[in-house]
Design a protein around this ligand. Sequence first.
Ligand SMILES: [Zn+2]
Ligand SMILES: [Zn+2]
Length: 252
Amino acid sequence: MKVRVLGCSGGAAPGRNPSCYLLEGGVAIDAGALASALTLEEQQLITDIFLTHAHWDHVRDLPLTVINRTIKAPTLRLHGLPETVQSIRAHLMNGETWFKAFDLPSVESPFISASPMTAGETRECGRYRISAVSVPHTVPAISYVIDDGTCSVMMNADTVGGGIFERMPKDHSPLKAVFLEASFPNRMRDFAVMTGHLTPQMLGEETRHLATDVDVIVTHLKPGFETEMAREIADLGRPGIRPCRDGDVFEW
Ligand SMILES: [Zn+2]
Ligand SMILES: [Zn+2]
């Protein structure tokens, strides 16, 4: 399993793109950096996007990558909770903030098609089996367990946590890594909880029962807090834990 990190920041600044992860075979998890981090040619090769939730930092580049696709590129399939898809239709590609890409150039053959997915559902996509796991956040959100038949990786949505790994499906290939957010430093725990996020200390509690041979890649650090949080992540003392960086390529 190979994961290319196009963006893993909780915000945006030069060198920091919002959430977007690319699997082999044209499958992306979230769309925060699809247009910013991929060449035009690479953008044509995306076939499926799995959205964790509708927040702006996870969908930012979706309208732009849609318009960057050539007429020959296949319809882009968008997977996500029904509520997420509805938010994109109503607030992003609604004929006001952007054109109605779900209905144009024709309803039969649009730029982008919606494939709503419910928590607990498992979907075959290319070489992967992708399962949706509900996680608590300030809006409906799902994490994804991605299984390539040899190993599995869990890509988590933004979440305040609360036993999310106990909700994982049990019938997947051996779990090699989890991508999990920590947005604010430990001293901002109350604010993190209020906004549906984790701190490094909370992430430590969340991952306490995960086997120690599972890598923990920490994502979604808010810009400006990275140095302080890198120390707090290291202080957890867990083997195989590290902050994620844009441009990272992981292979398991
Ligand atoms: Zn976010
Ligand atoms: Zn969010």
